[in-house]
Design a protein around this ligand. Sequence first.
Ligand code: PEP
Ligand code: MN
Length: 376
Amino acid sequence: MRTIFPSPEVIHGHPPPVPVARKTSCEPIFSTQTANSLAMIIITRPDATEEQIQHIVSRVADWGLRAEVSRGEMRVVIGVIGAEDKIRQKPLGAFPGVESVMPVLKPYKLVSYEFRGTASRVKVGDVVVGAKEVVVMAGPCSVESEDQILSIAHSIRDSGAKILRGGAFKPRTSPYSFQGLGKVGLQLLAEARRESGLPIITEVMDTKDLELVAEYADCLQIGARNMQNFSLLREVGRTQLPVMLKRGMAASIKDLLMSAEYILSEGNFNVLLCERGIRTFETMTRNTLDLNAVPVLKAETHLPVVVDPTHGIGIRDFVPAMALAAVAAGADSIMIEVHNAPELAKSDGEQSLLPKDFDDLVRRVRGVAEAVGRAL
Ligand code: PEP
Ligand code: MN
């Protein structure tokens, strides 16, 4: 009989280790998906007491509304979200300790900067994204073998990367291209995490794979091609795992923010936004890295901003320049593809840096980070 499907590729080395059981919840925490949701912001007085703040929060909860408390340097902001008719009837301005109350007028409400009034920090494993330190994520486009992922994990960690990337489920333009190792790839990532100590980010392409990917990942990646896969966005919103949402290649900045709103509206505020280049009429580069998006996003949303210069320009020699520019523009994190043998890579070899070039880049990123008041 003719074999239609070839047998899966054999991975070299010893059998992959049993994955560590990881607690993830796919139960909805709360959902703000009502036909007419409204978000209001309560700005408290600088001298508001903790008791007054807790009083507001518990009253809001009693009314069946959700309160999100953000503590800035000067004052506490309480974002309230729920059905418009319900919120409008409530005397939010009457609580002691309140200075002012205003509606969020933007179409993206929970992701808007004013909803929190301060920048959010998202923890990936023990790594904080959105603080003073610029976080470098790096790793191969695809997980290919045990030797490959372990070797890259160790070298990028030694160079200063804090998060390991690697795709196990790969969105490829051609159905005949390498599609990723799937579960075996996730197991290899878990082994690389154990060996290197680095938390891992990996892509989830489909709702049917979410439970599996969530067992392994410290951060879920939603790829550019899935930025408007609304059922996937809602499902990842029902976990509390960090999610890095990549901008679609034909998506506006507003589209990106609206997609992020889907995730937050399901209760997951652990979201990173990633600029990875958009399609333009330019043909000399793979995409056009839109660094305009960085300051715009930093002003429009409290969510941390990641830049992926690798996919943004798509040409190895030019990745470092755009990585440095991303940090200068205010990115909280950069994601770089690195491969120990790019000429043998099963995907994106032409844009992957060699470990030694990555090491050199991290050194230069540190200089730029310090020049713009950040650290590395
Ligand atoms: C990737 O990170 O390897 C990837 C496929 O990215 P994007 O979704 O931005 O194309
Ligand atoms: Mn890639």
